[in-house]
Design a protein around this ligand. Structure first.
Ligand SMILES: Cc1ncc(COP(=O)(O)O)c(C=O)c1O
Length: 363
């Protein structure tokens, strides 16, 4: 029996999401996957520890609708943001990855058109292929701004990542609002990194019904391992998302930890200011080199542009020899770029020292 013949047909053209390198052994500086540089603050770790003392925590199924967490997001986390009307509410997913998957489950029939910007977070395209959507990839302008053609698109879903991975810059709300008014389908704005800037399109939810804003606890709250993401949208959309998600999609510990993150958010935001300050420092230090420019970033990473491909690759390989991992994209129009996650001050110092020694050789 040829098992392969039983697989869904569209998996033949499906390329799964490529996760980045997780090197073995000690001593690596991993600036390649945009994790938060710092561990969760002590108060959150203590809350999680004390929750684990409850012997029923693991035995019992979690609340399928994560009601306590949803209340904490709506009444505390977003309280100051002048964001939501009573039309809007929140969906909780197993990381924003799952939130994106559930959006496809709700909206996309095979053959439906899905608009994806390029370059952007690669999971949108992976999911679109998995759900047999017709992909319409719109190339960003050379400066990574939104091209005018975006306002004429028709389709079921459109994905906008703001700030955009890999270049790091947010799109402005006037453009997003205009897109929402012009687009006949649902506009998904993925704000996984938005807490590293003052920018958010959350206030637009008051004006438009066809907008879903996705956010994550992975980056802001250093919770990538526990997998909590959420979507803010019109209640009609959230109701349907809850109907199609798997019953117990987020676990008890993660829900509890996320509530603790919200309780201690001001201290977390203080800690994140160190990342923002380091982003500025790295940008300034790297912009000094001839033939290198750092793009302005609203995220916990920066995008570095080199003059040519061969220098880019030499830096990439030499950094790896020095046990420093950064991200390179194997797409011709991105060959000259490297994406660097902002690390701790100590990691960034080591990175700068390594970079300087490599620059002495090649620049
Ligand atoms: C733009 C973007 N959206 C979503 C995600 C997924 O985040 P989560 O950990 O919440 O699934 C990532 C992860 O790197 C990302 O870069």
């Amino acid at each position: 029996m040829e098992i392969e013949k039983l697989f869904r047909e569209n998996l033949q053209k499906y390329n799964s999401y490529e996760t980045e390198e997780h090197p073995e052994g000690d001593g690596w500086i991993k600036l390649n996957v945009n994790e938060n540089a710092y561990p969760p603050i002590q108060e959150i770790l203590e809350d999680i520890n004390s929750a684990l003392k409850n012997k029923d925590l693991l035995r019992k199924y979690p609340d399928p609708l994560a009601l306590e967490l949803r209340k904490a997001i709506l009444n505390q986390l977003l309280r100051d943001k002048d964001t939501l009307t009573n039309r809007n509410t929140v969906f909780i997913g197993n990381g924003s990855d799952e939130v994106l998957d559930v959006i496809f489950k709700v909206f996309v029939n095979p053959g439906d058109e899905v608009i994806i910007l390029y370059p952007s977070f690669s999971l949108y395209k992976v999911l679109a292929t998995l759900y047999d959507a017709k992909i319409n990839e719109i190339k960003l302008n050379d400066d990574f701004s939104i091209p005018e053609s975006i306002y004429d698109q028709k389709g079921k879903l459109m994905f906008i990542n703001s700030p955009n991975d890999p270049n790091g810059k947010s799109f402005d709300n006037d453009a997003i609002l205009k897109i929402c008014y012009n687009f006949p389908g649902i506009v998904v704005v993925d704000e996984a990194y938005a807490d590293f800037s003052d920018f958010t399109c959350l206030p637009l939810l008051k004006d438009v019904k066809n907008l879903i804003v996705c956010r994550s606890f992975s980056k802001t709250f250093s919770m990538a391992s526990l997998r909590i993401g959420y979507a803010l949208a019109d209640a009609i959309i959230v109701k349907e998302m809850n109907r199609v998600k798997l019953p117990f999609n987020t676990n008890n510990i993660a829900q509890f930890a996320a509530i603790s993150c919200i309780k201690h958010r001001s201290k977390v935001y203080e800690q994140n200011k160190k990342i923002i300050a380091e982003r500025k420092r790295l940008t300034e230090k790297l912009n000094i080199y001839n033939g290198i420019s750092v793009l302005p970033s609203d995220s916990n990473f920066i995008f570095l542009k080199f003059d040519n491909k061969s220098t880019t690759l030499k830096f990439l390989w030499d950094l790896k020899d020095l046990k420093i991992l950064v991200r390179h994209f194997s797409k011709p129009d991105l060959y000259n770029y490297i994406r660097i996650t902002i690390g701790t001050k100590e990691e960034n110092d080591k990175f700068l020292e390594a970079f300087n020694s490599i620059a002495d050789k090649y620049l």
